[in-house]
Design a protein around this ligand. Sequence first.
Ligand code: UDP
Length: 379
Amino acid sequence: MLGPVLIVGSGLFGAVCARELTDAGIRCRVVERRNHVGGNCHTRPHPDIGCHEHVYGPHIFHTDAPALWRYVNRFVTFNGFVNRPRVRHGDRVFSFPINLLTLHQLFGVSTPAEAEEALRLRRRPGEDESSVEGWCLAHIGEELYETFVLGYTWKQWNRHPRELPADIIRRLPVRLDFDDNYYTDRWQGVPTEGYSRLFERLLEGVPVDLGIDFLADREYWLKRYPLVIYTGALDAFFCNEFGPLEYRSLRFEREVLPLADFQGNAIVNYTKREVPWTRIVEHRHFDRKPVCGRTLVTREYPAEQGPGCEPCYPVLTPDNLARLGRYRALEAELEGRVLFGGRLAEYRYYDMDDTIDAALGALRGLLGPDLEEKTCMHT
Ligand code: UDP
């Protein structure tokens, strides 16, 4: 029988591990550096406006896997929110992700066949598709690239898109019909009672200590627990021995406005480079609430990681990936006593459903196939 397990971090990876271990009858304890659980998924109810504030940026759960959709629905209900962001480029507002309405707005085309032809004329085959810029020029051409990608991506990553790997942009769909649903997955939504409720349920019956910095007493914890599940930053675990793994971060400026509705949508991306924020989020739209006389908005400014700016996105450049390889080799020396999981510890750009899937997969590896018997993983 596995001994008590220490889980470092109460984000999605840590909280799912805590739930499943507890349900399998294995004692575990969670330590969390911040003063709340849920990592960057954390939401809090706004006392006056009645909406849930997505404190570290919008989180919309989406998945194409029936088992993962059933899994999250065991803990919370979802409110049917569908992400249909808009883009502001100067004075113009565009439908987004790029779809037939976007192409109509930009090129005047009205049918899928006309859209396909408009794209064909603008694509630049032969571009090196390994960078964001090259991929865009090859697939959507210069005008779409400049309107939607160049400025936003440059701000977001603080690097010219020609220096960034194309993987970043392959996430964005380009559609020839009027479908403006950001995700192609079958299910999506936001928990009706906020993500705080999801984490409350995942962590029910699990001892959680807030405000504990595991790394400040790492040796102490490692001696006390035969197994540690670590979800913090990988480079920090190894005292930055090979230099920092770079994470892009965000700074949030929140404001309550005396308006029923500020922008008419949950998310509006600002794609001009001169505008310092990348997007404005209006939280009441996630909750699909009737309007009250005030609204909460957050401007998101891309930032370097540092005090007050939590690490958000791994920057998957060749340098960082080479460093990652060296840290991975150090993990092996710990002989399985520490399991590294989640976005920060694996240095991966994870969506929420993939994070849950990875946590369940890691636990299966640890506990063997009979885990499914003991827990509710057979959703
Ligand atoms: N992106 C862009 N223009 C936009 C939105 C996104 O160029 O209006 C690019 C940007 O480089 C971003 C990537 O597409 O990092 C992925 O966007 P997504 O919205 O999926 O990122 P998220 O912040 O949700 O992880």
